[in-house]
Write a protein that binds this ligand. Structure first.
Ligand code: NDP
Length: 284
């Protein structure tokens, strides 16, 4: 046998732990089916100690790329040939793309968010408040910084974690970034254009409340949530009631899938088809 092995289908997939039932499969394969692509997206459960062998295996088997989720998002980097711009800044990869013979790490979480944001406003020059400083917040803040926002205020419960993100934004992106240590109900400053919940508050709990003065949510603001399930979080409902434009976490999840499919296949998939498949898989 010489050259790349030939498969009936092109392969991409997901390397994670506890991958069983991953609804992403339904979403990505719906795009492949809709666009007549003979591709498959396969869940692969990979233990941390096997990650290097798994990446080499995917390369040898001709995979066109793969997603990786926790606990592999940082450790995968040492097994790749290079990184995209935002993945290099944030130091985390959730999407690997085969470019020529090289496996390049990208981060589509922030790019998915940005795609959702661009559907309602331009990020350039905007003042952003982001709750949280974990992986999702980092991915979103870095992507927003690269897209030209004017200022990012990070509101986080833990000071060290919040400080680390602010320092990264200042040092690597030369961004006007400040930390607010989150104590009590936060009042959104009047000049904020975009407000984002990037904490895990609200996951599987539609009534969970962000410690926030909802009276400071105003018409004209864009209010976004990373929580995909349930998509109608309390924050989304409160913001809509006060006349803000809302972006739910399901849209971000769909859009990170859209960006992944674009990277792997070169086609721009139909996001509506993907969202419908994801909603069905999540029984929403
Ligand atoms: P991390 O564990 O890395 O970070 C969690 C963040 O939430 C931290 O900033 C933490 O604050 C904060 N937090 C958690 N609970 C509370 C609380 N009770 N009060 C105040 N702050 C709190 O998680 P990730 O960043 O990886 O993920 C966050 C959420 O984003 C998850 O629910 C995940 O499902 C969602 N997500 C959605 C995506 C999408 O495409 N829609 C993509 C990626 C993630 P502290 O530092 O003080 O602990």
């Amino acid at each position: 046998m010489s050259g790349q092995p030939t498969f009936l289908h092109e392969l991409v997939g997901s390397m994670s732990q506890g991958a069983a039932g991953n609804p992403t499969v339904a979403m990505i394969e719906a795009a492949f089916g809709h666009h007549g692509l003979h591709w498959r997206y396969i869940n692969m459960e990979v233990a941390p100690e096997d990650l290097g062998a798994a990446v080499r295996g995917a390369h040898a088997l001709g995979f066109r790329g793969f997603n990786c989720s926790l606990p592999h998002k940082v450790t995968v980097i040492s097994h790749l040939d290079g990184l995209g711009e935002s993945a290099a800044v944030m130091g985390a990869v959730n999407c690997v793309v085969r470019r020529g013979d090289k496996l390049i790490g990208e981060n589509t979480d922030g790019k998915g968010f940005l795609k959702s944001l661009r559907s309602v406003t331009h990020p350039q020059g905007k003042s952003v408040v982001i709750f949280g400083a974990g992986g999702a917040a980092r991915a979103i803040a870095v992507e927003l910084g690269l897209a030209g926002v004017r200022k990012i205020t990070v509101v986080n419960r833990s000071e060290p974690r919040g400080g680390e993100l602010v320092e990264l934004l200042r040092s690597k992106l030369k961004l006007d970034a400040e930390l607010v240590v989150w104590r009590g109900d936060y009042v959104i400053p009047a000049g904020a254009d975009v407000v984002i919940n990037a904490t895990s508050i609200g996951l599987y709990d539609a009534e969970a409340r962000l410690s926030l003065d909802v009276g400071s949510l105003k018409p004209g603001m864009v209010v976004a949530d990373v929580i995909p399930n349930p998509p109608h979080t309390r924050l989304m409902r409160d913001a809509a009631e006060r006349g803000a434009t809302t972006l739910d976490g399901l849209g971000m999840l769909v859009n990170q899938g859209v960006v992944g499919v674009e990277y792997w296949t070169g086609i721009e998939p139909d996001a509506t088809v993907m969202r419908t498949a994801l909603e069905r898989a999540l029984r929403l």
